[in-house]
Design a protein. Structure first.
Length: 226
């Protein structure tokens, strides 16, 4: 039987199927990969990990984590790693306090990030069916209570002047002056209401909401101008 002209006549360098072995490139003398300085690699990993979320998201998650840790401490439950009973208790407590379903979901995202940061993985990826129904119940309860989205009128310059005329008549009241300053700040800073207010009276968190320490006055006697 004649051999194919594409197959060597000898068996040297031929695989079991009759195909030539790929040539191995001999190492070049003195060629080495540069060694990576790993002395500060841990800090770099942490820095990039923190940069994976926006600063505003970090603040929102921090609010949720603080509420979660507080509720677990009061109930005597282990926060990390949290079991399904603890997560259901957390959701139900927030709902009873009046937090909306959307806010609860944001707080739960913070709890998830806490577990991932501690090396426990996503606690909500284990098929927590009871927690799923609790969240659905919270959302349905909002609808049964008649919670509807109110129409929000845009604040125009004309409307802002009308508001200003009201607070000017009560300029001797510190709360009214503060409200006027907040309205001007929100208007000219293109801010949303959630960046100045909080959902409940007991939900204030200095790391997320504005406080007196965030205010600086350049003029000791500022005057509002038209």
């Amino acid at each position: 039987m004649a051999l194919s002209p594409f197959v060597p006549a000898t068996g040297a360098g031929v695989s079991g199927r009759g195909h030539p072995h790929p040539r191995e490139t001999p190492p070049v003398s003195g060629q080495r990969h540069p060694r990576l300085d790993q002395s500060g690699l841990g800090d770099s990993v942490q820095r990039f990990y923190m940069m994976g979320l926006a600063e505003s998201t970090h603040k929102l998650y921090a609010c949720g984590v603080r509420r979660f840790m507080g509720i677990c401490s009061t109930a005597g439950r282990t926060p990390v790693p949290a079991d399904e009973d603890t997560l259901c208790h957390f959701v139900a407590t927030l709902a009873v306090e009046g937090l909306r379903h959307r806010t609860i979901k944001s707080y739960m995202a913070g709890v998830c990030h806490l577990h991932i940061s501690e090396g426990h993985g996503d606690p909500f990826s284990a098929g927590l069916h009871r927690l799923h129904y609790v969240l659905r119940g919270v959302k349905r309860a909002e609808g049964m209570a008649g919670v509807t989205k109110r129409e929000r009128r845009p604040v125009t310059p004309d409307l802002l002047r009308k508001i200003k005329s009201v607070w000017n008549s009560r300029a001797h009241e510190a709360d009214v002056v503060m409200l006027g300053a907040a309205c001007c700040l929100a208007y000219f800073g293109f801010m949303r209401i959630g960046e100045l207010t909080m959902p409940t009276d007991d939900g204030y968190d200095a790391s997320c909401h504005l406080s007196w320490g965030d205010v600086m006055v350049d003029d000791p006697a500022p005057a509002l101008q038209e």
